[in-house]
Design a protein around this ligand. Structure first.
Ligand SMILES: C[S@@+](CC[C@H](N)C(=O)[O-])C[C@H]1O[C@@H](n2cnc3c(N)ncnc32)[C@H](O)[C@@H]1O
Length: 195
Protein backbone atom coordinates (compact mmCIF):
# COMPACT_ATOMS: atom_id res chain seq x y z
CA UNK A 1 0.00 0.00 0.00
CA UNK A 2 1.74 3.19 -1.11
CA UNK A 3 0.13 5.53 1.45
CA UNK A 4 0.97 4.52 5.01
CA UNK A 5 -1.65 5.74 7.51
CA UNK A 6 0.75 5.44 10.44
CA UNK A 7 3.63 7.32 8.82
CA UNK A 8 1.14 10.02 7.81
CA UNK A 9 0.70 10.85 11.51
CA UNK A 10 4.42 11.08 12.40
CA UNK A 11 4.44 14.91 12.21
CA UNK A 12 1.41 15.07 14.56
CA UNK A 13 3.14 12.77 17.05
CA UNK A 14 6.36 14.79 16.88
CA UNK A 15 4.39 17.98 17.59
CA UNK A 16 3.03 16.35 20.76
CA UNK A 17 6.42 15.46 22.26
CA UNK A 18 7.01 17.09 25.63
CA UNK A 19 9.68 19.79 25.72
CA UNK A 20 13.10 18.76 27.02
CA UNK A 21 12.62 14.97 26.83
CA UNK A 22 15.74 12.77 26.67
CA UNK A 23 14.66 9.14 26.91
CA UNK A 24 12.08 7.39 24.74
CA UNK A 25 10.57 3.96 24.30
CA UNK A 26 8.85 3.00 21.04
CA UNK A 27 6.62 -0.04 21.53
CA UNK A 28 5.93 -2.28 18.52
CA UNK A 29 8.53 -0.37 16.55
CA UNK A 30 8.28 -2.46 13.36
CA UNK A 31 11.15 -1.59 11.04
CA UNK A 32 11.90 1.48 13.18
CA UNK A 33 10.84 4.46 11.09
CA UNK A 34 9.34 6.41 13.99
CA UNK A 35 12.06 5.33 16.46
CA UNK A 36 14.64 6.79 14.07
CA UNK A 37 12.73 10.07 13.93
CA UNK A 38 12.85 10.24 17.73
CA UNK A 39 16.60 9.51 17.68
CA UNK A 40 17.08 12.26 15.09
CA UNK A 41 15.49 14.64 17.61
CA UNK A 42 18.17 13.75 20.16
CA UNK A 43 16.27 11.11 22.15
CA UNK A 44 18.02 8.05 23.54
CA UNK A 45 15.57 5.48 22.13
CA UNK A 46 14.75 1.91 23.14
CA UNK A 47 12.62 0.28 20.45
CA UNK A 48 10.88 -3.06 21.03
CA UNK A 49 9.16 -5.55 18.79
CA UNK A 50 8.65 -9.33 19.13
CA UNK A 51 9.07 -9.99 15.39
CA UNK A 52 12.59 -11.25 14.63
CA UNK A 53 12.16 -10.27 10.98
CA UNK A 54 11.33 -6.61 11.55
CA UNK A 55 13.96 -6.21 14.28
CA UNK A 56 16.61 -7.60 11.89
CA UNK A 57 15.50 -5.07 9.26
CA UNK A 58 15.44 -2.23 11.82
CA UNK A 59 18.97 -3.06 12.97
CA UNK A 60 20.19 -3.29 9.38
CA UNK A 61 18.97 0.26 8.72
CA UNK A 62 20.29 1.48 12.10
CA UNK A 63 19.96 5.20 12.76
CA UNK A 64 20.49 5.40 16.53
CA UNK A 65 17.75 3.52 18.43
CA UNK A 66 18.55 0.41 20.49
CA UNK A 67 16.35 -2.15 18.72
CA UNK A 68 15.42 -5.12 20.86
CA UNK A 69 13.33 -8.21 20.14
CA UNK A 70 10.84 -8.23 23.00
CA UNK A 71 7.17 -8.59 23.84
CA UNK A 72 6.19 -5.54 25.88
CA UNK A 73 3.54 -7.47 27.80
CA UNK A 74 6.30 -9.67 29.28
CA UNK A 75 9.34 -7.40 29.26
CA UNK A 76 10.42 -5.92 32.61
CA UNK A 77 10.36 -2.20 31.83
CA UNK A 78 12.36 0.20 34.02
CA UNK A 79 10.06 2.00 36.49
CA UNK A 80 9.49 5.76 36.09
CA UNK A 81 12.21 6.03 33.46
CA UNK A 82 11.08 7.27 30.04
CA UNK A 83 10.24 10.87 29.18
CA UNK A 84 8.26 9.66 26.17
CA UNK A 85 6.63 6.37 25.29
CA UNK A 86 5.15 5.92 21.84
CA UNK A 87 3.07 3.08 20.50
CA UNK A 88 2.13 3.34 16.82
CA UNK A 89 -0.53 0.99 15.44
CA UNK A 90 0.54 -1.72 17.88
CA UNK A 91 -1.61 -1.42 21.02
CA UNK A 92 -4.42 -3.43 19.39
CA UNK A 93 -1.99 -6.38 19.18
CA UNK A 94 -2.00 -6.50 23.00
CA UNK A 95 -4.53 -6.36 25.83
CA UNK A 96 -5.57 -2.70 26.20
CA UNK A 97 -4.52 -2.65 29.87
CA UNK A 98 -0.89 -2.91 28.70
CA UNK A 99 -1.14 0.90 28.91
CA UNK A 100 -0.72 0.58 32.69
CA UNK A 101 2.71 -1.04 32.17
CA UNK A 102 3.61 1.86 29.90
CA UNK A 103 2.27 4.40 32.43
CA UNK A 104 4.45 2.84 35.14
CA UNK A 105 7.53 3.11 32.91
CA UNK A 106 6.95 6.85 32.34
CA UNK A 107 9.11 9.29 34.30
CA UNK A 108 7.17 11.93 36.27
CA UNK A 109 6.06 14.53 33.74
CA UNK A 110 6.52 12.00 30.92
CA UNK A 111 4.11 11.59 28.02
CA UNK A 112 2.52 8.50 26.52
CA UNK A 113 1.41 8.84 22.89
CA UNK A 114 -0.62 6.02 21.38
CA UNK A 115 -1.50 6.19 17.70
CA UNK A 116 -4.18 3.54 17.80
CA UNK A 117 -6.48 1.61 15.48
CA UNK A 118 -10.12 0.97 16.34
CA UNK A 119 -12.75 -1.49 15.16
CA UNK A 120 -15.99 -0.66 13.39
CA UNK A 121 -17.18 2.07 11.08
CA UNK A 122 -17.74 5.71 12.03
CA UNK A 123 -19.33 8.63 10.20
CA UNK A 124 -15.82 9.88 9.42
CA UNK A 125 -15.47 7.05 6.88
CA UNK A 126 -17.61 9.10 4.48
CA UNK A 127 -14.67 11.53 4.23
CA UNK A 128 -11.82 9.15 5.06
CA UNK A 129 -12.45 6.71 2.20
CA UNK A 130 -12.24 9.24 -0.68
CA UNK A 131 -9.37 11.11 1.05
CA UNK A 132 -7.54 7.79 1.39
CA UNK A 133 -8.08 6.93 -2.28
CA UNK A 134 -6.76 10.35 -3.33
CA UNK A 135 -3.71 10.11 -1.04
CA UNK A 136 -2.90 6.60 -2.29
CA UNK A 137 -3.16 7.68 -5.91
CA UNK A 138 -0.91 10.70 -5.28
CA UNK A 139 1.77 8.64 -3.50
CA UNK A 140 1.59 5.91 -6.14
CA UNK A 141 2.00 8.45 -8.96
CA UNK A 142 4.97 10.16 -7.29
CA UNK A 143 6.66 6.79 -6.66
CA UNK A 144 6.19 5.84 -10.33
CA UNK A 145 7.66 9.17 -11.42
CA UNK A 146 10.71 8.59 -9.22
CA UNK A 147 11.14 5.06 -10.62
CA UNK A 148 10.41 1.58 -9.27
CA UNK A 149 11.64 0.75 -5.77
CA UNK A 150 11.81 -2.37 -3.64
CA UNK A 151 8.63 -2.65 -1.55
CA UNK A 152 9.44 -2.10 2.14
CA UNK A 153 9.18 -4.99 4.61
CA UNK A 154 5.72 -4.85 6.22
CA UNK A 155 5.50 -5.55 9.96
CA UNK A 156 2.84 -7.99 11.25
CA UNK A 157 -0.69 -6.57 11.19
CA UNK A 158 -3.79 -7.52 13.13
CA UNK A 159 -7.41 -6.35 13.03
CA UNK A 160 -8.41 -4.17 15.98
CA UNK A 161 -11.31 -5.48 18.06
CA UNK A 162 -12.13 -2.49 20.30
CA UNK A 163 -14.48 0.26 19.18
CA UNK A 164 -13.72 3.91 19.85
CA UNK A 165 -16.28 4.37 22.68
CA UNK A 166 -14.76 1.37 24.52
CA UNK A 167 -11.27 2.75 23.99
CA UNK A 168 -12.37 6.12 25.42
CA UNK A 169 -13.97 4.43 28.44
CA UNK A 170 -10.94 2.22 29.19
CA UNK A 171 -8.50 5.07 28.68
CA UNK A 172 -10.44 7.23 31.15
CA UNK A 173 -10.50 4.37 33.67
CA UNK A 174 -6.86 3.31 33.41
CA UNK A 175 -5.25 6.65 32.57
CA UNK A 176 -7.27 9.39 34.30
CA UNK A 177 -6.69 12.75 32.64
CA UNK A 178 -5.81 11.21 29.28
CA UNK A 179 -7.43 12.37 26.05
CA UNK A 180 -8.48 10.38 23.00
CA UNK A 181 -8.71 12.30 19.74
CA UNK A 182 -10.41 10.75 16.71
CA UNK A 183 -8.21 11.11 13.60
CA UNK A 184 -9.26 10.87 9.98
CA UNK A 185 -7.58 7.71 8.69
CA UNK A 186 -9.09 5.07 11.03
CA UNK A 187 -6.80 6.10 13.86
CA UNK A 188 -7.00 7.81 17.25
CA UNK A 189 -4.39 9.64 19.27
CA UNK A 190 -4.34 8.85 22.97
CA UNK A 191 -2.28 11.34 24.96
CA UNK A 192 -1.46 10.91 28.62
CA UNK A 193 0.84 13.00 30.77
CA UNK A 194 2.05 11.48 34.02
CA UNK A 195 1.81 14.08 36.73
C1 LIG B 1 1.05 -2.65 12.38
S1 LIG B 1 2.66 -2.89 13.03
C2 LIG B 1 3.19 -1.21 13.35
C3 LIG B 1 4.68 -1.07 13.30
C4 LIG B 1 5.22 0.35 13.46
N1 LIG B 1 4.90 0.90 14.77
C5 LIG B 1 4.77 1.27 12.36
O1 LIG B 1 4.15 2.30 12.65
O2 LIG B 1 5.05 0.97 11.18
C6 LIG B 1 2.39 -3.54 14.68
C7 LIG B 1 3.67 -3.99 15.34
O3 LIG B 1 3.39 -4.33 16.71
C8 LIG B 1 4.23 -5.41 17.04
N2 LIG B 1 3.73 -6.10 18.24
C9 LIG B 1 2.76 -7.05 18.30
N3 LIG B 1 2.62 -7.51 19.55
C10 LIG B 1 3.54 -6.85 20.32
C11 LIG B 1 3.91 -6.92 21.69
N4 LIG B 1 3.29 -7.77 22.54
N5 LIG B 1 4.92 -6.13 22.14
C12 LIG B 1 5.52 -5.26 21.29
N6 LIG B 1 5.20 -5.14 19.96
C13 LIG B 1 4.23 -5.93 19.48
C14 LIG B 1 4.20 -6.27 15.78
O4 LIG B 1 5.26 -7.21 15.72
C15 LIG B 1 4.27 -5.22 14.68
O5 LIG B 1 5.60 -4.95 14.28
Amino acid sequence: MPFDHNDHYHPLLLRNLPPGGRTALDVGCGTGRFARRLAARGYEVDALDPSAEVIAEARAVGGGPRFRRADVTEEALPAAHYDVITCLASLHHMPFDTVTRLRDALAPGGTLLVLGCYAGATWWDVVASPANAAARAAVYASERLRGERTPPLRPPVQRPDMRLPDIRREAARLLPGSSVRHLLFWRYLLTYEKT
